[in-house]
Design a protein around this ligand. Structure first.
Ligand SMILES: [Cu+2]
Length: 350
């Protein structure tokens, strides 16, 4: 079943809908609201986490072996509008030039927010997706993480190298403290970027409430650069994901790019003829997506020329090309039910 097939009637219905996950013994369905705070009360604190709560000295700081790249990031609650109204008070789909009628579009999201050193000052708002984590090959990324959400959440990276303790994943009885960061607690993740980790990646919550916090907005882009490679002139980050009723409490499901839905609300990217352009693309929900840019094509590492690339859940890749085609272009997921449920945006080339 596609998320866009979840209509208001099935949302309000008592039964039906595919199983999304089971948390604390409770089943969560794709088409029903879920109370994540209530679900959290059914989750037992794992023994290593309980022991570390009593004796914080049990959590050993991981060694920093490379050039230190440091971040302070909190997970916070904030109101998030998937389709903000324009200056005329209308919620619009610019691609089809029509007003969107999907009812309420605001909910209380969970979002990552970057701070200055020592959690001194926030650097902007908490956002969906979270702040870009970037490093070079040879760096060690140190993320000081603080959970200000009402349920245990974490940060789990793709692409990097890390020890078992730095996984940021809930593993039931075997969970380490970094995989179960409780409300108002901190954890410091240390992730390595040795040779072979260069690429486009992402990070996301992988705590005991997984995947509900991710569906509430806890994910973000990550890039590890090869210092020998010329950086692109323009680069864009495209996160394909969805906001679903169990996470938002909203009646409708939304297919999104970077936290927003429908062309004009999703990011509008801009480049000039001759620019060396990089699109960093990742997908994080329960569906397969395809990334397509009208009027453009790029070369895969194997040499194949593509203009439409499939991504499964948790996949990521980079499309890089020299800009050669002016115009107002669409970029979008080519699964039609996703495209027409908001997974598209503008790419403007002058
Ligand atoms: Cu899609």
């Amino acid at each position: 079943m596609s998320f866009s097939q979840i209509d208001r009637r099935s949302f309000l219905g008592v039964a039906g809908g595919a199983l999304l996950c089971t948390i604390g013994g409770q089943k969560v369905y794709l088409n029903q609201k879920a109370d994540v705070e209530k679900l959290a009360t059914g989750v037992t604190i794992p023994p290593k986490v309980a022991a570390a709560n009593k004796n914080p000295g049990l959590v050993k700081a991981a060694a920093v072996t490379g050039n230190r790249k440091e971040y302070w990031i909190a997970a916070e609650q904030r109101r998030w509008n998937i389709i903000p109204a324009n200056s005329n008070g209308k919620k619009r789909d610019q691609m089809l030039n029509q007003t969107i009628k999907k009812g309420k579009t605001s909910f209380t999201a969970y979002a990552y927010r970057q701070y200055t050193s020592g959690f001194g000052e926030p650097i902007g708002e908490a956002t969906v997706p979270g702040p870009l984590i970037e490093a070079n090959v040879g760096d060690t990324v140190v993320v000081h993480f603080r959970n200000l959400c009402p349920v245990p959440v974490t940060m789990h990276p793709h692409g990097m190298f890390y020890s078992n303790e730095m996984d940021g994943a809930y593993k039931g009885y075997w969970t380490d403290p970094g995989g179960f960061v409780q409300t108002n607690r901190d954890f410091t993740y240390v992730w390595e970027c040795p040779e072979g980790t260069e690429g486009t990646w992402m990070y996301h919550d992988h705590g005991p409430m997984d995947p509900i916090p991710l569906y509430k907005g806890l994910f973000g882009p990550m890039v590890i650069r090869d210092p020998n490679e010329t950086p692109p002139d323009k680069e864009f980050f495209v996160g394909f994901h969805s906001f679903l009723p169990p996470a938002t409490g909203l009646p409708a499901a939304f297919d999104c790019v970077n936290g927003r839905s429908f062309t004009g609300n999703t990011p509008t990217f801009q480049a000039n003829i001759g620019d060396d352009v990089a699109f960093h693309v990742y997908a994080l929900d329960d569906n397969f997506h395809t990334f397509h840019i009208h009027g453009h094509r790029w070369k895969e590492p194997g040499g194949a020329i593509v203009d439409n690339k499939t991504l499964g859940p948790g996949d990521s890749f980079r499309a890089r090309f020299i800009e050669d085609n002016p115009g107002r272009w669409l970029y979008h997921c080519h699964v039609f039910s996703h495209l027409h449920n908001g997974m598209s945006g503008w790419y403007l080339v002058e």
